[in-house]
Design a protein around this ligand. Structure first.
Ligand code: F0G
Length: 351
């Protein structure tokens, strides 16, 4: 058959599994690498979008979750737990169903997108809204996993990072070599850690000839790595990356420094402008946090940091349908018309 088999089967020799490991998969990965025509014109570069919203639950989290749930099952876990700004919990809930496990989820009260909450609910997760932010949820989840019979599936679980590094493999496999620059949003900093690991692994094994510079972007109100200290009360409309004390902080700094890259911030206004630009000019609908990568690329281009002619990949991490409020907000309400072709044609500007 020609169907993509999921990241564990496709990259089995590069992942911590054995022939006996019971693979739990929704056939995640194999996502499109889409040439970005408008971004390429604007930057004078060859820009591609790695569209991770095309994963089974609509975000890149599925790459790590197939590994985390597979290994939890192998180790005999009956229940898993995660802290989440929404996407990790949606993914954990779905993969737990596949594995026949109970899934417990801790989310920050009132700060997760409705689509993500709906996913956790419909997959039957046990959800608690915590009176605190993501960082508080993660502290609580860690404590519960240490003292109760429940396995932690956040990206502090090292096999999550192993799964997520496969996105870098797919990009090199598609382009024939690593790009010059890789741009992505940074929240808890697991994904930038994972991509960097994937790129280094391929370069070490001579699958690629070089490593890209890693460019990460945080939302200005939630930019602890940029500030150099934790942010006690993080804020941003990009709720997925509303994180004040990232668990993989040091790894993100290592990715930046070892690759000669950067970690910078983008404002909510820049994020929303990139979000609308991606949807209206590239035809790619992402959630606001995902647009932080593209907002960052555009900011860097304006600052003159982007030399023309480079090969650049921006990861867009989650599907726009997760959080459609921002698509509807501020847009004019469509007109209501009678069943009349003449009226409809006039209103549509066809005559
Ligand atoms: N983009 C989206 C859509 C996310 O959901 C996240 C993280 C990120 C970017 C940042 O990735 O944390 O690896 O640096 N979401 C986590 C969650 C925190 O709970 O779903 P990161």
């Amino acid at each position: 058959t020609h169907q993509w088999r999921g990241i564990i089967e496709e990259y089995r020799d590069r992942l911590p599994v054995t022939a006996d490991t019971p693979v739990v998969t929704l056939r995640e990965g194999g996502t499109p690498l889409v040439p970005a025509q408008v971004l390429s014109e604007l930057t004078g570069c060859e820009v591609h979008l790695k569209v991770e919203g095309a994963n089974p639950t609509g975000s890149f989290k599925d790459r790590g979750m197939t590994m985390a749930i597979t290994r939890a099952k192998e180790e005999g876990a009956r229940a898993v737990i995660c802290a989440s700004t929404g996407n990790t919990s949606a993914s954990a809930a779905a993969y737990a169903v596949r594995a026949g496990m109970v899934c417990a989820v801790l989310v920050p009260q009132g700060k997760i997108a409705l689509g993500k909450m709906g996913q956790a609910l419909v997959h039957g997760a046990r959800i608690l809204q915590v009176d605190g932010n993501f960082d508080d949820c993660l502290t609580l989840a860690r404590g519960l996993s240490e003292n109760y019979p429940v396995a932690l599936v956040n990206s502090v679980n090292p096999v999550r990072i192993e799964g997520q590094k496969t996105a870098a493999f797919e990009i090199v496999d598609a382009l024939g070599d690593a790009p010059d620059i890789h741009v992505l949003p940074v929240g808890n900093a697991g994904n930038i850690t994972a991509y960097w690991r994937g790129y280094r692994e391929y370069a070490a094994d001579k699958v690629s000839t070089h490593n890209p510079r890693m460019w990460g972007f945080q939302a200005s109100g939630s930019a602890p790595i940029v500030r150099g200290e934790p942010v006690k009360e993080p804020h941003t409309i990009a709720t997925a990356i509303r994180i004040g004390n990232p668990a993989s902080w040091q790894y993100a700094e290592a990715a930046r420094d070892e690759s000669g890259g950067l970690i910078d911030e983008v404002t909510d206004r820049q994020i929303l402008a990139a979000y609308r630009m991606l949807a209206s000019r590239e035809g790619v609908f992402v959630e606001p946090a995902s647009a932080a990568s593209v907002a960052g690329l555009l900011k860097a281009a304006e600052l003159g940091l982007v030399d023309p002619g480079q090969k650049i990949v921006c990861t867009v991490t989650g599907n726009g349908l997760k959080d459609p409020d921002w698509a509807v907000a501020g847009a004019p309400q469509p007109l209501t018309v009678p069943v009349d072709a003449g009226v409809a044609a006039r209103e549509l500007g066809l005559v």
